[in-house]
Every structure is written in structure tokens, then in C-alpha cells.
Write a protein that binds this ligand. Sequence first.
Ligand code: CP
Ligand code: NVA
Length: 303
Amino acid sequence: MPVRHFLTLKDLSPTELNSLISRAIEMKKAHKSGAVQAPFKHKTLGMIFEKSSTRTRVSFEAGMTQLGGSSIFLSPRDTQLGRGEPIEDSARVLSRMVDIIMIRTFAHQTLERFAQYSDVPVINALTDDFHPCQLLADIQTFTEHRGSIQGKTVAWIGDGNNMCNSYINAASCLDFQLNISSPAGYEPNAELLQNNKSNVAFISKPEDAVKGADLVATDVWASMGQEDEQTRRRAAFGAYQVNNKLMQHAANNALFMHCLPAHRGEEISEEMLDSNYSVVWDEAENRLHSQKALLEFLLNNAN
Ligand code: CP
Ligand code: NVA
């Protein structure tokens, strides 16, 4: 059997995705009750970070420790990756030494090339195009607070970026309605929108996109790698801030999510993270539990 990777949410079937979320919720409960679940003694996770990270690094490292294994942090600054060793060679070498690999990089194609040459499962820990691990945590968080997301309405406000693209995949895998509102020139990938149009609508006005939404989500206006566009983006995104006024158009018990880190006063108002709508701290914590379920799924399938 070919090795299973997790490069986008579409690498899992809807059934697999749903059972992974249930398993994450179960593992979280067990962990909180003090149970030790360490089936992966002597297994090693390789972690390649070509961009910065707090949550992803700590949740993967802590998760692997809790599962009984260990992890190795690799950055281009101090590996041969930064000196131009081809990604294909790095994949062949690393996958002969470790049991599973996660990568945070720029071009999604780099991740795909790495996965093509890897003998062990590869996890997308964020590329310019997708951030599927964050979606696992978001779906887990929604499920814990409100039950199944199937048939619900989600509004994505702001940049049509890697998070937005992953929400599009999630809408189609888990059958919810996704309303996206982005400024002109910052819409999500057109082909992805077209391919998932039965679950996804593009709605220009943020107030209309949020109407009746059970969940409102947003992200920074300038992602990693877009630092030099910050001023231009700030001007374009002014009308797309998620604040109390916008949230009033959502459903009565709407939730608010943000993958973090957030810029208060830009994509969200000062109070949003601590508002009654916000579940962002649970969302951040669930990176740990959902990725433990993902590591378990991939490692068990690799044997
Ligand atoms: N949400 C997220 O991926 O955070 P980090 O960049 O801190 O890993
Ligand atoms: N869209 C953001 C997400 C950070 C977790 C970025 O790519 O920088």
C-alpha cells in the first residue's frame, strides 16, 4: 500500500476525517483525566520549519512526547536544506531515519515534491496555499461547542489565503456552507472555489456573508512571506475587520475563531479574542489533541 500523507484535508475521506475528530475529542478527555497513551515509543517525528511557528511547533513536539515518541526540530538555518540540498534528496535521506515528517514551507509544490520522495507519512504544517492541521483543530473546537458542523453555516472574512483555502476543502469534505468575503484582488483560489461551489459562496459584503453564520473565522491580512505588502493590504482590508458590530449579523450563538497569531486593531477589534463569541484558546489547545489523533492515524496506517 502506498504511504498515506496529509498534504490537504482531501487526503482523508469524510469518514476518516470525522473519525479523526472523534478520536481527538476522546484523546483530549483521556489526557485531561491523567491517562497515559504512549504507543509510539521509539518513533521519531522530523519537523522541518522554513517559516516561524509557536503553536504548530509546540503542539507537535508536546504531542509526540505524550504519545511516547520524540521529535527533531530542523530549520534551514542549521541544516543542509538552507544550503541548497535538493528537497528530493532531503526527503529520501530523512525518511530513512525518522518515522513521520511534518513540514512548514512556502510553495505547496515543495511539500508535494518532498512527499513524493518520502517513504514515510508527510504532514503539511502550513504552506502558502493550505493549513489543514489548523482545520482539524477548528473542526474539533466547533464540534465540542456546538456538535456536528455538517449543515451549519461558516463565514470566512478577510484574506483568501491558506486558511481560507483549507476552509473551502473542509466545507466540501464535511458538507457545511461556507460564505467567503474578501476585498477585490484578495479572493481565494478561483479553481478551488469553482470545484467546491456546491458548498461555497463568494459574497462581497462582509455583513451579508456573516448573516446567520454559526461560526465566523478570520486571519491576518498579511501572511508570513507577505511582510512587504503590509501597508497596501491594511488599506485594502479596512472594511473587513471582525468586530462586535459585524458579529451582530451572525446567528445568536455564533462562535468566533482565529488560527492566531492575531493583530488586534487590524483583522479583529481589540476585544474580539476575549469576547463571548471567541473560542480561540480552545482552538489553539486543540492543535495538540487533533494532531495527536493525526499522528496516530498516519503512524498506524504506515505499519
Ligand atoms: N496557528 C498557527 O499555525 O500558529 P503558529 O504559526 O504559531 O504555528
Ligand atoms: N495565514 C497565516 C497563518 C499563520 C498560522 C500565515 O500563513 O502566515
